[in-house]
Design a protein around this ligand. Structure first.
Ligand code: GLA
Length: 405
């Protein structure tokens, strides 16, 4: 294949954390054109699109590792009429963007861990990087997640491998003119927060938030939130990725759903819904589309909120500096098993004087408070606030300015 020079700043594609939906958490490998189209239609009709959910990401299961004699990927056209270009075109026809999935190694996760289809050897892009990423771009995809099952098994070096993949994506973009969000999925292997910024839009920081066949759990949500704490790695266009959302999945209560979305919002994390959008409840829809919570996540400064205080063991306060003057998002997180009071103190957030407190979930002002604000927080849940005051003389905790790397 013709080699095209890699442009500078190859994969700087977005300026706010990507939002959308991904097929994996609900459907595992059992996806086809009908499944994806039904979700696309629901993303539009439910109002998720209007709330900012944009990428429709086809994950594991679209491809069973087959290629034509020239080495080009082939798919089952009974499942994907018109091939993958047709589903990308359908997604685009609704004003949305299309995402696809592969593996850094020769065999993908569907070979090592079948999830609804027979084990598929060869379902990775190992040995075919330039060909496959150009193919994805020509088909019309705007986003590619690159998993690590084959990479791990083949003992590839994460940084070197993902750098090669980033170069292939940049060459594909140079040929087609279509930029692709590059999502690294090494589950934290190789510490991608040290080299992902500038190479990719987002990098997974941990294992999966939900395993195939298991239920959503707050323990995993909290564990993934904790593993994603690398605030100095984050800047507009480059994000720590604690994984797709389990908001609205079976067994999660409204309080758990709100806590989960609040944790991702204070982190400025990508928001990729993973529930079944076509069947979700009105309550789940209201949570996923809450404008003020989404605005915290999408704040243009792109900061990752960080822990500024721990009132007592596992009673934590996180602060995220928002664009503007004297604005913070604040999260009071109770990691314990009993309801507890947690106090946000303005000094730890770099604020001074009387500070106005707002509840973004209900869109109501709570009043102004002199030194801090105390809320009762249920077990394993969080209270999310936005606050506005005067900047103190020194920035609080990790919420002050971070020079983008
Ligand atoms: C890995 C990834 C998941 C999902 C599955 C698909 O486990 O971390 O997000 O893509 O593979 O098999």
């Amino acid at each position: 294949m013709r080699t095209v020079p890699v442009p500078a700043a190859p994969n700087n594609v977005v300026t706010t954390p990507p939002m959308g939906w991904a097929s994996w958490n609900t459907f595992a490998a059992r996806i086809d054109s009908n499944v994806i189209r039904a979700q696309v239609d629901a993303i539009v009709s439910s109002g998720l699109k209007d709330a900012g959910y944009e990428y429709v990401n086809i994950d594991e299961g679209w491809w069973q590792g087959t290629r034509d004699p020239a080495g080009n990927i082939t798919v089952d056209t009974a499942e994907w009429p018109g091939g993958m270009a047709a589903i990308a075109a359908y997604i685009h026809s609704k004003g949305l963007k299309a995402g696809i999935y592969t593996d850094a190694g020769r065999d993908g996760c569907g070979y090592y861990y079948p999830t609804g289809r027979p084990a598929a050897p060869g379902s990775g892009s190992g040995g075919h990087y330039d060909r496959d990423f150009l193919q994805f771009s020509r088909w019309g995809f705007d986003f590619v997640k690159v998993d690590w099952c084959g990479g791990y098994d083949e003992r590839l070096d994460p940084q070197a491998t993902y750098t090669r993949i980033g170069d292939s994506i940049a060459r594909a973009t140079a040929q087609t003119g279509r930029p692709m969000v590059f999502a690294i999925c090494s589950w934290g292997n190789g510490s991608p927060w040290n080299w992902g910024p500038g190479l990719a839009t987002m990098w997974r920081t941990s294992q999966d938030i939900i395993y195939h066949g298991q239920s959503a759990s707050m323990d995993r949500v909290l564990a993934n939130f904790g593993s994603a704490q690398h605030p100095t790695a984050q800047s507009p266009g480059h994000y720590n990725d604690p994984d797709m959302l389990v908001v609205g999945m079976p067994n999660f209560t409204a309080g758990q759903n709100r806590t989960h979305l609040a944790l991702w919002a204070i982190s400025g994390a990508p928001l990729l819904a993973g529930n079944n959008i076509a069947t979700m409840s009105a309550e789940t829809r209201a949570i996923l589309t809450n404008r003020e919570v989404i605005a915290i996540d999408q704040d243009p400064l792109g900061r990752q909120g960080a822990k500024v205080a721990e009132d007592d063991t596992d009673l934590q306060v996180y602060g995220k500096t928002l664009a503007g003057t004297g604005k913070r998002a604040v999260l009071l997180l109770n990691r314990t098993g009993v309801t507890a009071d947690i106090t946000a103190r303005w000094s730890t957030l770099g604020l001074t004087g009387s500070v106005a407190v707002r509840d973004p979930w209900t869109g109501t002002d709570r009043g102004s408070f002199a030194t801090g604000y105390t809320a009762s927080v249920p077990a394993e849940q969080a209270v999310l606030l936005t606050v506005t005051g005067a900047e103190g003389s020194s920035p609080g905790g990790h919420t002050g300015p971070i020079v983008a790397g």
